[in-house]
Design a protein around this ligand. Structure first.
Ligand SMILES: *Cc1c(COP(=O)(O)O)cnc(C)c1O
Length: 397
């Protein structure tokens, strides 16, 4: 039966979240345009995904060229971009082996399975993975169980067992949870969804030392903080440590569904049958990943991310003192403004609905705003965003 389609008849779209009554139709750089032709300055960028902004030329060329050449030979065969991207990632990190996935949650599932497998082979079946309060690791059953989001422990009960929770930046809270069954600690170097809370360098170093001494693996979930977001290619590189396992997502695909599980030789213990997936390592997505990583590694790119992070920080601190807010925090171009009161949701709406141009920001907690712009955003666009925020803060004051 043919039903007439209407632009705004959204009934067939499964309801999973409240969405505004607009349709996003195109994007370029730091700007996205809706079906009414309204432009928005985009500090969401697909949820910290479009690290090179909308419609990046290099990505489009890689996608087009690969689409014409080979889209999917099946995961039973090697393909050129899969090998190229693996080599690029291992050459620029402390890891030796890469498995590609399609989402951050899937990469983390792989990390959990790899750690448990390693525990079976090396630690008498130890399987517990210590994670942290307010952490976020994804929306599959195991990664929801690993996450420390309030309320998630009972949401789809029963949970997957084996994820005791410690407190971020409190090494004693980790030590208390370690026992014979502990196989790994999994941590976001900067808690993203939890409200942009960086792990301290001291804590990360203590954690690495303690896990090493106790034959416990260290897994860094860099799905949000990795791929240049904090000003280094990978966030763990800030701390002078080498984790055993890392997961990447979001930025690695610059907007297309691509994620990765990386491990050192000592830990990469999967045997045939343990891990797989129909789309894993497909050349279409990994070709885009190569373009993204090469652009992040271009001379001067990451130092510019650091510089722009400092500019955003300075501008946010100015706003904070002007409006008596509670400062800002973050690393590189993943930052939050602490509002001191629960006006985050209101500001997000006002920013989006502002005329003639809107602003897209996000409030992972009601008392703060999060900023995750394209890493190649201009200084001018950073100042423009803060000028809009200034105007909105006056409005709600
Ligand atoms: C977004 C995110 C995930 C989940 O990634 P998906 O691609 O949405 O499955 C996992 N960990 C962290 C730290 C994230 O920010």
């Amino acid at each position: 039966m043919n039903k007439p389609t209407q632009a705004l008849d959204t009934n067939s779209v499964m309801f999973i979240t409240q969405r505004p009554e607009v349709i996003m139709v195109e994007g370029r750089g730091s700007w996205i345009v809706d079906n009414n032709g309204k432009r928005y300055l985009d500090f969401l960028q697909g949820w910290a995904v479009n690290c090179l902004g909308h419609s990046n030329t290099g990505m489009i060329e890689a996608l087009n060229a690969q689409a014409k050449k080979l889209i999917n030979p099946s995961p039973a065969f090697y393909n050129e971009p899969m090998i190229g991207l693996s080599n690029l990632l291992t050459a620029n990190s402390c890891f030796n082996k890469v498995f590609f996935a399609n989402s951050g949650a899937e990469a983390n599932e792989g990390a959990i399975k790899l750690a448990r497998k390693w525990g079976q082979l090396n630690k008498n079946g130890a399987f517990e993975i210590i994670t942290f309060d307010h952490s976020f690791h994804g929306r599959t059953l195991a990664t929801m169980s690993a996450s420390g989001k309030p309320g998630w422990d009972t949401m789809f009960a029963p949970q997957v067992a084996g994820f005791p929770k410690a407190d971020l930046n409190d090494i004693d809270s980790v030590k208390k949870l370690v026992n014979d069954k502990t196989v790994a600690v999994m941590i976001e170097p900067v808690q993203g969804e939890g409200g942009v809370i960086p792990a301290t360098a001291e804590f990360m170093r203590e954690l690495r030392q303690f896990t090493k001494e106790n034959n416990v693996l260290l897994i860094v979930d860099e799905v949000q903080a990795g791929c240049g977001r904090t000003g280094t290619l990978f966030a763990y590189q800030h701390f002078g440590i080498e984790p055993d396992i890392m997961t990447l997502g979001k930025g690695i695909g610059g907007g297309v569904p691509l994620a990765a599980l990386l491990a050192t030789d000592a830990v990469a213990c999967f045997v045939p049958g343990d891990q797989g997936g129909t789309y894993n390592g497909n050349p279409l997505m990994t070709a885009v990943g190569i373009s993204v990583i090469e652009q992040l590694l271009a001379p001067g790119f990451l130092s510019e991310v650091k510089r722009k992070g400092e500019l955003l920080k300075t501008e946010l601190l100015d706003l904070s003192s002007e409006f008596h807010l509670e400062g800002e925090r973050g690393e590189g171009l993943l930052r939050a403004l602490m509002l001191g009161k629960d006006i985050g949701g209101k500001l997000v709406e006002l920013a989006r609905d502002r005329a003639p141009e809107g602003l897209l920001i996000n409030s992972p907690r009601p008392n703060l705003l999060r900023f995750m712009p394209a890493l190649n955003i201009s200084d001018d666009e950073i100042r423009q965003m803060c000028a809009i925020l200034r105007e909105l803060l006056k409005q709600v004051d």
